[in-house]
Design a binder for this molecule. Structure first.
Ligand code: ARG
Length: 492
């Protein structure tokens, strides 16, 4: 195993000279990511600690030196990111701060690694946390939707296709439609978490290191599930950022639909958004606008832009590390912050909104939206569905709102028979009633109250399972943090 040079005036002095030569010019600010790196300040300290502990365990750095470096890192953490010396990035600035405190031996911290594996590890370490927060936000939104479904199981409302009145449904059925979509968002984010939670550390610049590093050990100390097998891949890959950002953009797109529905329903008086989620006009005193939902809708634009920015930055990058990668993180951070916040706001808006049962019930029967039910009743009585469809279409042409008489006339016209030869008057009138219409559609996944009750059970079970999975990951993370802390304390 190669030895680190022991000459105190050796490499560290040289590296300071080199740094001055390369980063003192007019492009200094352009090169620097130090300000943006605040996001990974804590992550970098954790990565430094794990690396130094491993170096000491492997006999690459003396235990005493490791103790001095680890103590310096504690001090640097207490002082905070803003107190860091100038540097091209947080990694360089922390290293300088360590050397300032420890002397040239502080320069041993960077043995057997590069900023390339370091930054990749920091981003993954930090993103794990953010993904768990995003997952929690989806669970919050799903919880609010499940509660809405429980409270509004029998609240009939108009359902739309092409934004035209289509068939009556219930608020519960609507709420669960978004809950199911959000359950898939949760699943996708968990999936991204698994692939993010792999350690690149020990890859060095891309080509490995002659030092006898223990990559499994640093992965374990940092709470990663495993080690990235190929060191060139380890430093180059940002597909974990792409998939996380893509999933967040998908989530934002789902939420934009929900937001649009609420904006539309508020316009029609079906729902009232709580004051805390509304805004007024600076000139029109009567106005109450569902602005928060409009902003939720708009965040889908930000998220799509973030994904696009990230993909465009990464496209065509050669192996291995390229400085373009310094611009990749920002797209992901902005996206995850924006979408997680939008998810929380949507959850709050749904949890506090009031549904206007009377307006919904009135609207539920408008536009002859029970027509399909009449056709279904005729088809159940033996009329071919296409003929039944024709009968009801003929009635619908005569009247937007229909009744037994128009249906009777339409039946005679199309079939040359009386409607009651197929179905009794009571059955027809039941199909015309929005509440009965909903109750009749009790196929699995449908809007009938029993069918919805089953969906609520499934939604609750899935919510509980995902909440447990989230708690388990948070616990694993907390245990790893505590274990690393305990290791550090044996040296300090
Ligand atoms: N600030 C850099 C980044 O975010 C760290 C890696 C720098 N590596 C290099 N070879 N210049 O990507």
């Amino acid at each position: 195993m190669p030895e680190e040079p022991t000459d105190e005036s050796g490499t560290d002095g040289d590296s300071v000279v080199r740094r001055e030569r390369f980063s003192g010019g007019p492009a200094r600010g352009f090169l620097s990511s130090l300000a943006a790196d605040e996001r990974i300040f804590a992550a970098d300290l954790a990565v430094d600690r794990a690396h130094v502990v491993m170096l000491a365990e492997q006999g690459i750095v003396e235990a005493e030196t490791a103790g001095e470096i680890l103590a310096a890192l504690d001090d640097i953490e207490a002082a905070g990111h803003d107190a860091l010396p100038d540097g091209e990035d947080v990694h360089e600035a922390i290293e300088t701060a360590v050397i300032d405190r420890v002397g040239p031996d502080g320069g041993r911290m960077h043995t057997a690694r590069s900023r390339n594996d370091e930054v990749a590890t920091c981003i993954r370490y930090r993103l794990r946390e953010d993904l768990l927060d995003a997952i929690e936000a989806t669970l919050e939104a799903r919880g609010a939707l499940i509660e809405t479904a429980e409270a509004e199981g029998e609240t009939v409302m108009p359902g739309f296709t092409h934004l035209q009145p289509a068939q009556p449904t219930t608020v519960a059925h609507w709420a669960l439609s978004y809950e199911r979509a959000l359950a898939r968002e949760t699943a996708r984010l968990f999936d991204a978490y698994e692939r993010t939670n792999q350690s690149p550390l020990g890859a060095a610049a891309f080509a490995g290191t002659p030092f006898d590093v223990d990559r499994e050990r640093t992965a374990e100390l940092l709470g990663f599930d495993g080690v990235m097998a190929n060191t060139m891949d380890a430093v180059s890959a940002r597909d974990f950022l792409v998939e996380s950002t893509a999933h967040l953009a998908t989530l934002a797109t789902t939420l934009s639909g929900l937001a649009e529905d609420v904006v539309l329903y508020a316009n029609k008086g079906y729902i009232e958004v709580d004051d805390a989620y509304a805004s007024t006009s600076s000139i029109m005193p009567q106005k109450k606008n569902p602005d928060t939902l409009e902003l939720v809708r708009a965040r889908a634009g930000d998220a799509a832009a973030g994904l696009n920015g990230l993909l465009t930055t990464l496209k065509g990058l050669p192996r291995a590390y390229n400085r373009d990668l310094q611009r990749a993180g920002g797209h992901a951070w902005r996206t995850i912050d924006g979408v997680s916040e939008a998810t929380e706001v949507a959850a709050g808006a749904i949890a506090t909104a009031e549904w206007n049962d009377a307006a919904l019930a009135d609207a539920a029967g408008e536009g002859f939206s029970t027509a399909t039910g009449v056709a279904d009743a005729l088809a159940m009585a033996g009329v071919p569905f296409r003929t039944a469809h024709e009968v009801v279409a003929a009635a619908a042409e005569t009247a937007g709102e229909t009744d037994f008489q128009t249906l009777e006339a339409a039946t005679r016209k199309v079939l040359d028979k009386s409607l009651t030869e197929f179905v009794d008057r009571e059955t027809v009138e039941a199909t015309l009633d929005p509440t009965e219409s909903v109750a009749s559609r009790d196929s699995p996944g449908g809007p009938a109250p029993e069918a919805v009750a089953e969906q609520v059970v499934t939604a609750r079970e899935d919510h509980a399972a995902d909440s447990d999975a989230l708690a388990e990951r948070r616990e694993t993370r907390a245990k790893a943090d505590a274990a690393l802390q305990a290791e550090v304390e044996t040296y300090v």
